[in-house]
Design a binder for this molecule. Structure first.
Ligand code: SIN
Length: 188
């Protein structure tokens, strides 16, 4: 599958185009909020683990030297904490552009911190997208992140801002926190 997902996402018709929609963010969408929203609430989704397995050609790396950013990998017992935004459907044009490097809109059930549920959308970069990098030893991933940068800045800032945001939200993520620790060791 091509890495540029704009056209595929534009065709997604799971939601009423006139009604506000919840969008779940689990990576940069948690801390880089460059779009208007109606509500913002901590939330989580089940059966997915957050992993730095997606290549970034357009934000934290370049086509010749992609960085590493997060995607969600299906895992039966996992859950992933993040932030849900209630947006008007017009915001998808901007979000589809921002997430164009391999991420597809997927319908999902969200659980808010008060236990209530809603249906929403999450951007997931599946293993068959052209920018997928896949697993690697976490020390190697940290090294890769330490040495990458792109138009949106240093890849290391993506990792440290994500880790900091998850701490503020009181969400555990062993993968992210271990990578943050390895990155700090490399930077010393
Ligand atoms: C997300 O944040 O939900 C998707 C991945 C990213 O843009 O970092």
């Amino acid at each position: 599958m091509t890495a540029n997902t704009i056209e595929i996402n534009r065709l997604m018709a799971d939601f009423d185009p006139h009604e506000p929609v919840w969008v779940f963010g689990y990576g940069s969408l948690i801390y880089k909020v460059d779009f208007p929203y109606l509500q913002r609430r901590p939330a989580s989704i089940r059966h997915y683990a957050r992993r730095f397995w997606q290549g970034s050609h357009d934000h934290r790396g370049t086509p010749d030297s992609p960085g590493r950013v997060v995607t969600l990998i299906e895992e039966q017992d996992a859950h992933c904490g993040g932030v849900a935004y209630l947006i008007t459907p017009g915001e998808f044009e901007h979000l589809d552009y921002r997430e164009k490097n391999g991420y597809l809109r997927v319908a999902t059930e969200l659980t808010f911190d008060d236990g209530n549920h809603a249906t929403g959308v999450v951007y997931i970069a599946r293993e068959d997208n052209g920018a997928f990098l896949g697993p690697a030893p976490e020390r190697d991933i940290a090294q890769h992140i330490a040495s990458s940068q792109g138009p949106s800045g240093h890849n290391s800032d993506y990792l440290t801002e994500l880790a900091q945001s998850l701490r503020e939200l009181c969400y555990e993520d062993e993968h992210v926190f271990r990578l943050e620790k390895y990155l700090a060791e490399i930077s010393c």
